[in-house]
Design a protein around this ligand. Structure first.
Ligand SMILES: CC(=O)N[C@H]1[C@@H](OP(=O)(O)OP(=O)(O)OC[C@H]2O[C@@H](n3ccc(=O)[nH]c3=O)[C@H](O)[C@@H]2O)O[C@H](CO)[C@@H](O)[C@@H]1O
Ligand SMILES: C=C(OP(=O)(O)O)C(=O)O
Length: 435
């Protein structure tokens, strides 16, 4: 696969775009197929690198996989090759994506052992696994950490329900603990649980498999363990991060775009944050219509002080959209402070935007002030490299709005999470090709 996008900016885009199935939901849901020996059918699976790697990994572990169509897949985990999960091949393959860490919960529930190699995913700061491991420990798991290999070896003689107050509402951590607890003996209570829509979807799926979970959607989950789970069918939600990226793209390129079937009831505070940047968007049934806008003006706080947009665990604003908000602010009227509280290396890509002519002050690793240029002049196209998935798409949005040619290298990062992005953007009128 080629590794760069060549973009000629300045086109106004127009048309409809359908969001892919959610990447970060898919990684939880596909891990959960390991919880039963029966068949599980999953629909609206995004055709992206991270998800395909996880499916391939499950296949290597012995899960029977039948991809009935591009976005639907049947899984049956009735003959798992347990020795494989100790192999060098497993370590290598699972280290290529973050989502593979969620194989551990189901493996502990069904087979009493699991191995977690240093997970892959974006290099956007320390991404500790403490919440996962301490949660498992509370359920009766012993672990050994191999410092040479960055490898957790986990084992249990039987999971037992327990009360736990998580030190932080980790998304993948909560998913992992829930998947272990559904088959633990007795009651598990998880307080300070992450509660974002993808976790709600996971719980919904587990309930349809026979799990007993109360409190779904809140930060207090109560789970009564059952001895086995059955097969089910599950459909993934639209990807809210892709939806936010398209809203930002439309505003930045002054385009009229309709995002179809956006699952608007699951978007939480996301539309509101883009409105705070002054972007007009209309919710039309389950679609989001963004009109072409000559300018957008960043709101201030009620007392007139400069707006801050920061991330927060759900139902706060997702950190995965802050890079998008930041790039869109560069052409707004007004100023905004972007405060990335959860990750410490996610704002460094602003140096590329500054090279393109954006007015940004990086105050420290967590905070950047963007002084909007109100289209007094366009960004200029440059050659740049995508450091992580969301910064990559932010740079792509910047390039699509810029004067002249940009080359974005390292687009494997973007392909990890955005399905056929070049092809879909071309349909809206973008000048983008893989080189
Ligand atoms: C595969 C997947 O689903 N990845 C997502 C998942 O990653 P992941 O599950 O790895 O992220 P976590 O929720 O564990 O934590 C994210 C970061 O935020 C910090 N933290 C978390 C909670 C908190 O209250 N305070 C705090 O500072 C953590 O220390 C960590 O550095 O959730 C993140 C947070 O939404 C998203 O960015 C990732 O895209
Ligand atoms: C950070 C992200 O992904 P991952 O957790 O897979 O690195 C993301 O989806 O923005």
């Amino acid at each position: 696969m080629s590794s760069a996008f060549e973009v000629r900016g300045g086109n106004r885009l127009k048309g409809e775009i359908v969001p892919q199935g959610a990447k970060n939901e898919a990684l939880q849901i596909i891990s959960a197929v390991l919880l039963t020996a029966e068949k599980v059918t999953i629909s609206n699976i995004p055709d992206i690198v991270d998800v395909n790697l996880l499916i391939e990994l499950l296949g290597d572990m012995g899960v029977k996989i039948n991809r009935t169509s591009r976005d639907t897949c049947e899984f049956q985990a009735d003959q798992i090759d347990l020795p494989y999960i100790e192999s060098a091949d497993f370590k290598k393959k699972s280290g290529r994506l973050r989502g593979s860490v969620m194989i551990a919960g189901p493996l502990l529930a069904r087979f009493g052992k699991a191995y977690i190699p240093k997970p892959g995913g974006d290099k956007i700061g320390r991404r500790r696994l403490d919440t996962h491991i301490i949660g498992f420990e509370k359920l009766g798991v012993q672990f050994v950490y191999d410092t040479d290999d960055n490898y957790f070896r986990l084992e249990t003689s039987g999971l037992k329900g327990a009360y736990m107050l998580l030190d932080e509402p980790s998304v993948t951590g909560t998913a992992n603990i829930v998947m272990a607890a559904v088959m633990a003996e007795g009651i598990t209570t998880i307080y300070n649980a992450a509660c974002e829509p993808y976790l709600q979807q996971l719980c919904k799926m587990l309930i349809s498999m026979g799990a007993k979970i109360n409190g779904v959607g809140s930060n207090l989950l109560t789970i009564e363990g059952v001895s086995s789970l059955r097969g089910c069918s599950h459909t993934m939600l639209p990807d809210m991060i892709e939806i936010g990226s398209f809203i930002g793209l439309a505003a930045m390129t002054q385009s009229e775009i309709t995002i179809k079937n956006a699952g608007v009831e699951h978007l939480g505070i996301i539309p509101e944050k883009f409105r705070q940047l002054g972007i007009r968007l209309e919710i039309r049934g389950n679609d989001i219509y963004i009109p072409s806008q000559d300018f957008y003006e960043i709101q201030t706080f009620l007392d007139g002080s400069i707006l801050t947009i920061s991330d927060h665990p759900w139902p706060g604003f997702t950190p995965d959209l802050l890079s998008i908000v930041l790039v869109v602010a560069t052409q707004a009227r007004g100023s905004v402070m972007i405060h990335q509280k959860m990750f410490e290396s996610r704002l460094f890509f602003v140096d590329k935007l500054i090279d393109m002519g954006a007015q940004i002050v990086l105050c420290d690793p967590h905070r950047a002030v963007v002084i909007g240029m109100d289209r007094q002049h366009s960004l200029r196209g440059i050659t740049m490299s995508s450091p992580d998935i969301r910064a990559g798409v932010s740079l792509l949005i910047a390039a699509l709005s810029a004067d002249g040619k940009s080359t974005i290298q390292n687009i494997e990062q973007i392909d990890r999470g955005y399905q056929y992005i070049d092809e879909r953007l071309r349909k809206l009128g973008a000048d983008i090709k893989r080189v």
